[in-house]
Design a protein around this ligand. Structure first.
Ligand code: ZN
Length: 441
């Protein structure tokens, strides 16, 4: 009780201090420089995917697609029926400015046509960077890498759950699906968003948002967050133990990451074909040696912990399967896979979260699903009930800096909730405070 009061007082004291300090600095700053503006450059930004889009000019047509697994620049351009000599020209020009092997599955590309045929090709390298090749004459192509001058703003998002996490955020926020994934990844060690979430759960997220020419265009990193699930609050905060290397911790210094992920499948890919309407996981039983997770065929399967591949093979019951060993005590099992990822074989070291295979329906299985088993010292446990050991907490030498930083950042959440301050003042307070504690972008 005593410590709760102390912590409350400390928090309030920090808040008042920050406010006074920042308001003073803010006025000094606007006196000198006026309000900050960002240089803006006109860049066409297209965010739709996977379709032909006729432009307003009737001769122009765009094709928007995603790079699929196994694709390279040649297969992408060939599927568009481009002239072979043009394809070769595009590939050789691209090779001069970009490493072709870096073209990644899942990234977007866009091909534009006009009345003369191919006009330009664009490939999104990163969120703020793309490769562009464009026709300059008959059969001649030029290319460049374009950096998009996003403006990063820090904002607080407040909400309460109504439906699933995904539904809640897509209904309340622009680009809410992306945000739901960010949040699910951050909390996947602590909250099971497929099973535990309830109406009335609430959350606060302080995060970076990207804007282009004043329009929202995506989410950056989460700085701190509080999620109240069935009355229990779980807070996380970003902290750089070493410069430039951010990790997430709970306010008491425990690492957010644990030895095991709760679920080998990425968030939102679970289907309910096993009879649980809202909870698409069949219960654990010792005889069954694991849990069954319904998911579409091809869904990626992730290693739930760092470890070595112990077996990767095929038999009539397990289908394509992988067994991993994690130290001497633990083993994890992944069955009925459609495929095993290239390079995954006995003895190979794999990090937590790395993709090892794809959901399928091989062996004794009645529909696409993953059978996931977890053994400790030979005994099968319910993976959903495992109290997973945490990873390394904040180091002793960083403890004071961490306490200061997280104290300030959680104060920012309070400042963000206040409706006395306007947005530009909040923006300024966030930035200055994060810079002071060394937690800036
Ligand atoms: Zn099973």
């Amino acid at each position: 009780m005593d410590s709760a009061i102390r912590s409350y007082r400390r928090k309030r004291f920090a808040l008042i201090l920050i406010l006074i300090f920042l308001i003073v600095v803010f006025y000094m700053k606007i006196c000198r420089t006026g309000s900050p503006t960002n240089p803006k450059k006109e860049v066409k930004f297209n965010s739709s995917v996977g379709n032909y889009i006729p432009s307003s000019d009737s001769d122009n047509l765009s094709f928007n697609g995603k790079v699929r697994r196994g694709d390279n620049l040649f297969t992408i351009l060939s599927s568009e029926n481009l002239d072979n000599s043009l394809i070769i020209e595009i590939i050789s020009k691209t090779g001069e400015i970009y490493d072709l092997r870096k073209i990644k599955a899942g990234n977007n590309y866009l091909i534009n046509y006009d009345a003369d045929g191919f006009q330009s090709f664009r490939y999104d390298i990163e969120k703020n960077k793309y490769l562009e090749l464009f026709r300059v004459g008959s059969g001649r192509v030029e290319g460049k890498i374009v950096v998009i001058p996003y403006e990063i703003r820090i904002e607080l998002i407040e909400g309460s759950i109504n439906g699933s996490l995904y539904e809640t955020l897509t209904n309340s926020e622009k680009g809410g699906g992306e945000l739901a994934e960010h949040l699910a990844t951050l909390y996947e060690y602590d909250i099971d968003f497929n099973r535990d979430i309830r109406k009335g759960d609430s959350f606060l997220i302080l995060l970076e948002k990207r804007y282009l020419n004043g329009a929202f265009s995506g989410y950056g990193k989460i700085i701190a967050s509080e999620f109240i699930n069935r009355g229990k609050k779980t807070s996380v905060v970003r902290f750089a133990a070493d410069p430039g290397k951010n990790s997430y911790y709970h306010p008491d210094g425990r690492a957010v990451k644990k030895m095991f992920l709760r679920c080998p499948l990425p968030f939102m890919r679970l289907t309910s074909r096993f009879g649980y309407r809202r909870h698409p996981v069949t219960g654990f039983s010792a005889a069954h040696n694991g849990i069954d997770l319904g998911a579409p065929r091809g869904t990626t399967v992730r290693a739930t912990a760092d470890g070595r591949i112990y077996q990767a093979g095929y038999d009539r019951i397990r289908g394509r399967y992988i067994v991993m060993s994690h130290g001497n005590k633990y083993r994890t099992h992944y069955y009925h896979l459609a495929g095993i990822k290239k390079g995954i074989r006995r003895g190979k070291w794999v990090n937590q979260g790395n993709v090892i295979g794809y959901v399928g329906n091989t062996g004794r299985s009645t529909g696409p699903h993953l059978h996931y088993g977890l053994q400790r010292s030979g005994r099968y446990l319910n993976p959903l009930r495992l109290n997973s050991p945490s990873r390394e907490p904040v180091k002793k030498r960083d403890r004071e800096r961490f306490n200061n930083s997280s104290g300030v950042i959680f104060t920012l959440l309070e400042i963000g909730k206040s409706n006395i301050l306007n947005n530009s003042l909040k923006q300024f307070i966030y930035r200055s405070a994060l810079e002071i504690v060394g937690n800036n972008i």
